[in-house]
Design a protein around this ligand. Structure first.
Ligand code: HEC
Ligand code: HEC
Length: 261
């Protein structure tokens, strides 16, 4: 004890003490960190296992036990979590039966189950991930630029006011008014059916955000003329005035004719 007390004032004592402190905190950090890492890897694995089970029950009849596809459904190897989330959250998958185009309907699975199947498919081969909160943050996005990008890349199928339209073979491009930001982002990442894939290299994240900001701005815009008539433009407006206007003119003529008699 006495020697320790004497050595306390030694010039090297401070250095030794500092090193000791660093060693202890560093060691403790490494232990807890590897523990939490192991825990999150365990959780990821549990999610993948759950997804695999759900997949075998609800999807493998068409997509195969390993997701490699069958005659009734394409291979899902490398399609990515974003594609699975898009297909399931819009209710397109699971497909009820043969159809020209998988119809969107109320989803059959909840968000947690969709996340599980998505991580299972992503564990088979890498593909576009589900967009993060940062990807979906459109507060800095330029809606005007998004409008130009939309007219150049999307309007030929979805129409300038995105009410959608018919394509060949009885397929159609859907109306984009009711879809969420995340689904718009995922549709661009995965390119369902006839829609091209807009990967991050061909359409960078900022451009995707600009397009989403534009769609949001347009769908929230008030109709200055009152009734928007589905925003279909001059065709519906013309039809409206043609039918209602001519009916009014005929009514007037009949009324005047009745008065004369
Ligand atoms: C009755 C058969 C059937 C069932 C069941 C089914 N699918 Fe599909 N799936 C298809 C067909 C057919 C297509 C391609 C049709 C299309 O693109 O509209 C497809 C397409 C997909 C795609 C898009 C693939 C791509 O290359 O873009 C994903 C993702 C998908 N299915 C996931 C699932 C998941 C997950 C389930 C289970 C919850 C499921 N499917 C259940 C038949 C099925
Ligand atoms: C060649 C035509 C075509 C182009 C170009 C196109 N799409 Fe699509 N889009 C489609 C078709 C077809 C579907 C429906 C696919 C299905 O039902 O499986 C679709 C579906 C979507 C959906 C899902 C809508 C829903 O109700 O679930 C969104 C969102 C979407 N497109 C956004 C875009 C955006 C944004 C662009 C431009 C960057 C774009 N599309 C370009 C044809 C196109």
């Amino acid at each position: 004890m006495k020697t320790l007390a004497r050595k306390r004032r030694h010039p090297a004592a401070l250095v030794v003490l500092l090193l000791l402190g660093l060693l202890v905190t560093g060691g403790a950090y490494a232990v807890t960190n590897s523990l939490t890492e192991a825990k999150s890897a365990e959780q990821d694995q549990a999610l993948i296992d759950e997804g695999r089970q759900l997949f075998l029950e609800g999807c493998s009849s068409c997509h195969g036990n390993q997701g490699t596809g069958t005659e009734t459904g394409p291979s899902l190897i490398g399609v990515g979590a974003a594609n699975v989330h898009f297909q399931m959250a819009t209710g397109r998958m699971p497909l009820a039966g043969p159809a020209v185009q998988a119809p969107s309907k109320t989803p059959e699975y909840d968000e947690q189950q969709i996340a599980a199947i998505a991580s299972y498919i992503a564990s088979l081969a890498p593909g576009p991930a589900i967009p993060s909160a940062a990807d979906l943050n459109t507060s800095e996005a330029d809606a005007a630029e998004g409008g130009e990008l939309f007219r150049a890349n999307c309007a030929q199928c979805h129409q300038a006011s995105f009410q959608g339209g018919a394509l060949n073979d009885g397929r159609h491009a859907p109306n984009l008014t009711p879809v969420s930001d995340q689904l718009i982002f995922e549709a661009m990442l995965s390119g369902p059916q006839n829609m091209p894939v807009f990967s991050d290299s061909s359409l960078p994240v900022e451009d995707k955000q600009a397009i989403i900001a534009y769609i949001n701005e347009l769908r929230e815009a008030p109709a200055p003329g009152g009734w928007a008539l589905g925003s279909f433009g001059p065709v519906t407006e013309g039809l409206f005035f043609w039918t209602v206007g001519i009916a009014a003119a005929i009514a007037c003529a009949v009324w005047i004719g009745a008065k004369v008699r």
